[in-house]
Design a protein. Structure first.
Length: 175
């Protein structure tokens, strides 16, 4: 039917938006989850690879389980590859596998996403806390570097003028 082409194209565009959201939303949440975890557990450092690999693993596992489960269901109802005609059981299984099952799982996922604790306001607070923590950490690191330099200079019996120049941030005096 030629009149169904615009409806088909519209459905493809709408499905593209929803599929893009399903694939991109978790990836956009991952940095917030990592930052939130890092602030709650400051002793844990450099966990980004662990979170990334955990998400990638779960995503691959879900994809593999869905393909395996769908194939088993089609096998049970009598689907034969290459056959032109299939019974009503196969048609019913395909309808269930392509509409109510994915929609139900998507609604469950949306409910879980709705409970996600980081919203826009919390995200800004999280970034501010992370910035302050990073700033404090870099200041402590600079202090430690300065103290290490002073200890090294005194061990090398550097003169007092060089130490003062170093503390003030000036280049060492030319001799």
């Amino acid at each position: 039917v030629p009149s169904s082409l615009p409806v088909f194209l519209t459905m493809c565009v709408l499905m593209g938006f929803s599929v893009a959201t399903v694939f991109l939303l978790p990836w956009s949440m991952l940095p917030d989850v990592i930052d939130d975890f890092a602030l709650r557990h400051p002793s844990c450092k450099d966990l980004e690879p662990l979170f990334f690999s955990g998400y990638a693993f779960c995503s691959k596992l879900a994809g593999g389980l869905s393909v395996g489960l769908s194939t088993m269901i089609l096998q049970v109802v009598g689907y034969k590859a290459g056959a032109c005609n299939h019974g009503d059981e196969v048609v019913t299984a395909l309808v269930v596998l392509f509409s109510p099952a994915p929609v139900t799982l998507l609604l469950i996922g949306m409910g879980i996403f709705h409970t996600y604790p980081v919203n826009e306001r919390n995200g800004l607070e999280l970034k501010q806390q992370k910035y302050e923590q990073t700033k404090e950490s870099s200041q402590n690191q600079n202090c430690q570097q300065t103290l290490s330099s002073l200890v090294l200079m005194t061990q090398n019996q550097t003169d007092f003028t060089t130490v003062i120049h170093h503390l003030a941030g000036y280049p060492p005096p030319q001799l």
